[in-house]
Design a protein around this ligand. Structure first.
Ligand SMILES: Nc1nc2c(c(=O)[nH]1)N[C@H]1C(S)=C(S)[C@@H](COP(=O)(O)O)O[C@H]1N2
Ligand SMILES: [Mo]
Length: 235
């Protein structure tokens, strides 16, 4: 275990000890446990953000280590994955961005691309190694004149899913607007035509089939985040 792991584990222990020591089932204060956990989670966000270094890279792997077959996940069955028409596709831009002209798929494909073989970790308790390629999000944000002093980048998806990340993680060199998976254009199930690939965060922070990207100082939350999942969720 490195120092970061030890610290994170110690914090997790602190949370459970805190819960055992007090009676959070007080019928006069039914939402006390909720409030306590919410306070712990937002404190956890701040500690994770402080520990996160924009220079620390997520581990990368060899082609021989790629998980085959890949594993799909969404809040619905794979047969329900949205099918987006590629020729009329536009990625909409919103919020604190100078040039909000929507981007077609061929325009995104014409930008410089980067590839990575990294691990995707789902909170459900499984992990897969995959290969993604696409446009580094930081380069894209600078190109469209995003105000990178803003706190958040938010994402909307074709299936109604949504999520958001901190600006520092958005500018991390391994954070991609991915167009390819396993050496081929993304398929609907794996996020066609464009998904976020961010190997420094858990799977649910990797929204697929993006329709809109926005830069904002207003906390955008997310599909799972709004149901209590920790927002920062570094991996
Ligand atoms: N649009 C969309 N993106 C999503 C989800 C979803 O339900 N809809 N699920 C998330 C979760 S929980 C995980 S673990 C990863 C799974 O990505 P994969 O199907 O490429 O393995 O997608 C994330 N992105
Ligand atoms: Mo997940």
């Amino acid at each position: 275990m490195n120092r970061r792991d030890i610290l994170l584990r110690a914090m997790a222990l602190g949370v459970s000890t805190g819960l055992e020591g007090c009676n959070y089932d007080d019928p006069n204060h039914p939402d006390l446990a909720d409030k306590f956990l919410h306070a712990m989670s937002s404190w956890n966000d701040r500690v994770q953000a402080a520990l996160f270094s924009p220079h620390t890279l997520a581990p990368t792997f060899k082609a021989s280590q790629i998980t085959m077959p890949p594993r799909f996940n969404a809040f619905y069955d794979i047969s329900q994955a949205p099918v987006v028409d590629q020729s009329s596709y536009r990625l909409a831009l919103g919020g604190q961005i100078t040039d909000k002209t929507p981007w077609s798929l061929s325009q995104l494909q014409a930008l410089p691309q980067e590839g990575q073989i990294t691990r995707l970790i789902c909170v459900e308790g499984w992990r897969v190694i995959g290969q993604w390629a696409g446009v580094p999000l930081g380069q894209f944000l600078r190109r469209v004149g995003a105000d990178t002093r803003c706190r958040y980048v938010s994402f909307q998806c074709a299936d109604g899913y949504y999520s958001s990340i901190d600006m520092e993680s958005a500018l991390h060199p391994q954070t991609l607007l991915a167009l390819q998976f396993l050496g081929q254009p993304l398929t609907p199930a794996f996020g066609a035509p464009v998904r976020l690939r961010i190997p420094t965060k858990l799977g649910f922070k990797n929204p697929k089939s993006l329709t809109q990207l926005a830069v904002t100082n207003v906390y955008p939350g997310g599909y799972w985040e709004d149901q209590g999942y920790n927002w920062f969720s570094g991996s």
